[in-house]
Design a protein around this ligand. Structure first.
Ligand SMILES: Nc1ncnc2c1ncn2[C@@H]1O[C@H](COP(=O)(O)OP(=O)(O)O)[C@@H](O)[C@H]1O
Length: 294
């Protein structure tokens, strides 16, 4: 249970609450460019932390982050782990798409940014994330697995300043597979299920399979309702990959230096990768117990 104890060790460290003033000091460091939405995120996260006050012998749920290039499968694995651990899976890309499909005031601005593969401003992201965290708190949820956030060093610094992240899982996959996986991605317009019609089959020099990922085909009731994300075109995916390398890859180093990064090379599709990921996270027993109870 080494990894789980170290990272998922549910109890907040003893100095977590006494160091809140440091968080405030750190927060103030950003205040020259401070945005009201950042303040919202801070107060939301602090109020979530204070719901497990140190004088109450209460554990808190995991607070994890998933990093990785577009197409790597962050959503797939983060969502499976969130069901296993009983915490919400919060994907900022989903929050952006929900806002986009609403008739809210931000929709047209977001449509333009997303269609070019660019990053949305920190102000908008903090605002969407704060709202989402408040909604989950109102439902009595605690902990989270963040997917797609933080994506810049500034976002990482702000998050680090307002709450304790236990573990950052960095999913990695060969570059050749990423573009193909984005282009093969399909979503059921009715249930929101994620599928992939691409079969990745990369051979080594002797023609042996080096990376094989079977397609993830939809069940018959979703098959006629599949849609493609508007930003999953070749030109936009290439731009998202470029921006990831330039702006988001430094976030890996940020967490590596803090000893929070768990690198995970995907060995193949879900059948090969999921058990290995559970092993790396020391969650095999929990998975077995839940499967047996189901
Ligand atoms: N943390 C973030 N900061 C800025 N923009 C974001 C963030 N998360 C999502 N977005 C916006 O939403 C889009 C879709 O995000 P996501 O679904 O995570 O895509 P990807 O497949 O590229 O990881 C991004 O291209 C970006 O425009």
């Amino acid at each position: 249970m080494a990894v789980l104890n170290r990272f998922a060790g549910a109890r907040a460290p003893a100095n977590f609450y006494s160091s809140m003033f440091n968080y405030y000091a750190l927060w103030k460091a950003f205040s020259s460019s401070s945005l009201s939405s950042e303040v919202d995120l801070k107060s939301t996260l602090l109020s979530r932390s204070s719901s497990s006050r140190p004088d109450l012998p209460m554990d808190r749920n995991v607070q994890w982050v998933f990093l990785g290039c577009p197409g790597v499968g962050k959503g797939t694995y983060a969502s499976r782990l969130s069901s296993l651990l009983g915490v919400p899976h919060i994907a900022t890309g989903d929050l952006v798409r929900e806002e986009l499909s609403s008739s809210g005031p931000l929709a047209s601005q977001l449509a333009e940014i997303v269609s070019q593969g660019k990053l949305v401003s920190d102000e908008i992201i903090f605002d969407l994330l704060s709202k989402r965290l408040r909604a989950s708190e109102a439902k009595g949820e605690s902990g989270f697995i963040l997917d797609g956030f933080p994506r810049t060093i500034r976002q990482a610094e702000i998050l680090e300043g307002v709450t304790d992240i236990d573990l950052v899982v960095n999913l990695k996959l060969r570059e050749e597979a990423l573009l193909a996986k984005c282009l093969g991605r399909r979503i059921c317009s009715e249930c929101g299920g994620n599928y992939n019609i691409t079969c990745i089959d990369i051979k080594d020099k002797e023609g042996r399979p080096e990376l094989y990922m079977a397609p993830l085909l939809p069940p018959p009731n979703c098959a006629s309702k599949l849609i493609t994300r508007s930003d999953d075109t070749e030109a936009v995916v290439k731009e998202r990959l470029r921006i990831y390398k330039e702006t988001s890859q430094p976030v890996e180093d940020f967490y590596r230096k803090r000893g929070k990064l768990l690198e995970f090379d995907l060995p193949g599709g879900i059948p090969e990768s999921w058990p290995k990921l559970l092993q790396a996270l020391n969650l095999e027993d929990l998975n077995h117990k839940q499967s047996a109870a189901a």
